[in-house]
Design a protein around this ligand. Structure first.
Ligand SMILES: [Zn+2]
Length: 662
């Protein structure tokens, strides 16, 4: 018993420096992590707690393992020259570089030829690494022997250079030098402007971890006090974080959004969705206009539809249902998507924020939006609406990705096939009509088919094919639209239909196929058709943006359109109802944002018929009323117009830095 106790005390004592160093590392990392954040003393303490929950165990385990390995190697005992050790260190270093190069080049090549299929890439990468490691191991001994002949000669001439401690230090310095050269000459140039700020806190933690061990041996009698203080601070912070995760949802969400390491810890140690659910839905309640009607709203977003190929805009795609809705309702001649790719457009469309003001992190193909953002469905649900979503696909709306795009949708069905999805929505709508006491309805459907049009039609062989194939897929979507319209034929109180797209599609314009590559009209001029009770049958020439959808739909639903820092859009409902006439200076802003496959860095602004595009190097100016294909850059010829649009664009670019959170 006594023996056991003394052994326990001994091992605790042996682990004490690791615990001290881990707590100190966590506290320093938390300080660095909180540098740009705000949230006051409480936010700082809770943030430190979340960081500690992650860093203390990781740093403690790292320290304990490194110390155990060092104790096993006993480097202090090595005094004799060790040419064999030198040879092996050289072989290990060279092998590491070879393995890194093989893995990098091999995976990059395979990812390209396999069109980035994650499963196939994973199998290939692991097989490649395993076979190259085996080959390197097989070659290791003969190589070490050959290198050993040279190091033995050095050992005879300069025995001091072959002392084991010197060799270990040289090896560590060599690794650091190679890593630095690779980073600055290969990694940074190929990745472009790379945000290294996420590395500051981990680097600070590592430096503190090492410094704390060195300090431990110098502190002597003050050790106990130092360890007790570090441990007490970290433990208090961790307790506070645990309480915050249960009780102060807003603080926790803020930390997720503002702090890299604390956010990572919250993501991986807690259920962010559950924490967000703690915020009462009434927080998002819009202000109802007295006596206003609350009509049903069917919101249809079709992926990748350029306006000019649809019938309301003179296009040749066979879309009779859309044409009929347009005939009865309002067609916005000049509606622009906020970006040119789904993961940036959709979040912007449902938050009402410009694409560059939506905060979030890229997950897969989607954007996981900052949990503090409030989306359209939540606002309507809080206002008393029943909300339903029929969405394609899992990557955007599935629970696994936690994108937050599904927030507020009480009933959610996800299916890849648009035909099936529309049938499910229709069946659900028909069943609902037999229910009594329904609340007003907000139904959102997102159809993906045109995004993958070549997968449906096959690759086009010429220009004519390209148009024909793309239009054929748009025609398919009209059938889906028909399924949504059908349940309301002859209904006493028909819904308001809003049909639009998240972005367009280049069909060869400006040298581009598909989308996410530029901000010309082919990729951002989208259809916008609104039809239903109270909506005038007309064409609206005023330029509008899809960021206006949130305030506009809330307005049409009988609520005051929200304003403030969390909304960039303005309601175009008065235009749709005919309460106000079109103005010639409507504005739409679009941003292409750098992330995964998108090079980013381009912004555009449309005012009336004029459009400016800024790629960071050149400015382009077009008059789309006379030059719809944006072929003649008028930047040099129209300096006054250019200066005016540039002013508006600069104001938008500056706004990107303004936090959307109150
Ligand atoms: Zn899309």
């Amino acid at each position: 018993m006594l023996q056991l106790r003394s052994r326990l005390v001994r091992s605790l004592r042996a682990l004490a420096p690791s615990l001290f160093a881990a707590c100190a590392a966590a506290l320093v990392a938390a300080l660095v992590d909180s540098l740009d954040g705000n949230g006051g003393a409480f936010g700082l303490a809770a943030g430190a707690g979340f960081v500690s929950l992650l860093v203390v165990p990781v740093a403690f385990a790292t320290s304990a393992i490194v110390r155990a390995v060092a104790a096993a190697w006993q480097p202090g005992d090595w005094r004799e020259p060790a040419p064999r050790l030198a040879a092996w260190l050289v072989v290990i270093g060279v092998d590491a570089v070879v393995l890194a190069a093989v893995a990098f080049l091999g995976v990059r090549w395979f990812a390209r030829v396999s069109a980035f299929q994650p499963m196939a890439v994973s199998y290939f990468a692991s097989t490649l690494c395993a076979t190259s490691s085996l080959a390197l191991v097989a070659l290791a001994r003969p190589t070490a022997r050959a290198v050993g002949a040279a190091t033995a000669r050095i050992a005879v001439r300069w025995p001091a250079a072959m002392r084991p401690l010197v060799l270990i230090v040289a090896a560590i310095a060599g690794v650091a030098a190679v890593a630095a050269i690779a980073w600055f000459s290969i990694v940074l140039p190929s990745l472009g402007a790379f945000d290294t700020s996420v590395l500051y806190a981990p680097a600070a933690a590592l430096a503190t971890l090492i410094a704390a061990h060195v300090l431990w041996h110098r502190l002597a009698n003050a050790r106990r006090i130092a360890a007790a203080i570090a441990f007490a601070l970290a433990a208090t912070a961790m307790a506070l974080a645990l309480v915050a995760s249960r009780t102060w949802a807003n603080t926790t969400l803020e930390l997720w959004g503002d702090r890299a390491v604390a956010g990572f810890a919250i993501d991986h140690l807690f259920d962010l969705d559950r924490i967000r659910d703690e915020v009462p839905i009434s927080t998002y309640r819009p202000i109802a206009r007295a006596g206003a009607d609350h009509p049903d709203i069917i919101f249809v977003t079709i992926d990748t539809v350029r306006a000019d190929h649809t019938p309301p805009y003179g296009g040749h795609a066979e879309m009779p249902t859309l044409a009929a809705l347009a005939e009865r309702g309002t067609v916005f001649d000049w509606a622009f998507s906020p970006s040119n790719v789904t993961r940036r457009s959709i979040p912007s469309m449902i938050t009402g924020l410009d694409a560059d003001r939506v905060h979030g992190r890229v997950v897969g193909w989607a954007l996981r939006i900052d949990p503090r953002h409030v989306v359209l469905a939540e606002r309507l649900r809080a206002g008393g609406y029943e909300t339903a979503g029929f969405m394609c696909c899992e990557g955007f709306w599935g629970t696994e990705m936690h994108t937050g795009l599904q927030h507020g949708l009480e009933h959610l069905e996800i299916e890849h096939d648009g035909v099936g999805l529309a049938k499910r929505a229709r069946a659900w709508l028909e069943a609902r009509q037999h229910r009594a006491g329904n609340r007003p309805l907000f139904l959102w459907i997102h159809i993906l088919e045109p995004h993958n049009w070549t997968a449906i039609t096959g690759d086009p062989h010429n220009e004519a094919d390209r148009t024909r194939f793309y239009d054929r897929v748009l025609g398919m979507c009209d059938g889906m639209l028909a399924d949504l319209v059908a349940p309301f034929q002859g209904a006493a109180k028909p819904p308001i239909f809003v049909v639009t797209a998240d972005h367009g599609e280049a069909l060869g314009e400006h040298g581009h196929a598909f989308h996410s590559t530029d901000l010309y009209d082919s990729q951002i001029h989208v259809p916008l058709v609104i039809s239903g009770p109270g909506v005038a049958a007309q064409r609206v020439s005023e330029t509008v943006s899809s960021t206006n959808l949130v305030p506009s739909l809330l307005d049409l639903a009988g609520f005051e359109p929200p304003t403030g820092r969390a909304i960039d859009g303005r309601s175009f409902a008065p235009l749709a109802t005919g309460a106000r006439a079109s103005k010639p200076d409507g504005v739409a802003f679009a941003a292409m944002i750098k992330d995964r496959s998108n090079p980013g860095g381009v912004t555009a602004l449309v005012e009336g018929t004029w459009k400016i595009i800024d790629d960071g190097k050149h400015l382009e100016l077009y008059d789309v009323s006379t030059d719809p294909d944006e072929k003649t850059n008028l930047a040099a010829r129209e300096p006054a117009k250019l200066a005016h649009l540039r002013e508006l664009l600069l104001a938008k670019q500056r706004e990107a830095a303004v936090s959307p959170f109150e």
